[in-house]
Design a binder for this molecule. Structure first.
Ligand SMILES: [Zn+2]
Length: 122
């Protein structure tokens, strides 16, 4: 059910890391696992292919230990999409995370009210 939501997070995460250094499928799966996303190659590769087809990533084949490994790095449109996502994320955090705590603090606690009443009574 939550997969649809997380897909966007994962895509942004991929752009972020592909912007730091070229990445390949397995390194990405390990990185995402570190963040609590357990994804199979069957999920990750189609996302990488989709981002490449849409022009956000560029694929480069390198030979590592005699095997061809597909590396992905960010493109100029990918950097623009990442920058825009960063602004949206900051806005979302302000709205959904930061606004949540002040309201929780504003709510008076039952224990304190009882103590105040007791003080007034004595
Ligand atoms: Zn990460």
């Amino acid at each position: 059910m939550l997969r649809g939501f997380f897909l966007g997070f994962i895509k942004i995460h991929i752009l972020h890391h592909a912007g730091e250094e070229p990445l390949y499928g397995l390194s990405l799966i390990e990185e995402l696992r570190r963040h609590g996303y357990r994804l199979s190659p069957g999920t990750v590769y189609p996302i990488l292919h989709g981002l490449t087809e849409d022009g956000y990533l560029r694929r480069e084949d390198r030979v590592v230990d005699g095997k061809v490994r597909k590396y992905y790095s960010i493109t100029a449109p990918g950097r623009r999409a990442l920058a825009q996502s960063q602004r949206q994320i900051a806005e979302l955090v302000r709205e959904v995370i930061d606004h949540r705590s002040p309201r929780a603090h504003r709510r008076p606690r039952a224990g304190r009210r009882t103590r105040a009443k007791r003080k007034r009574a004595s």
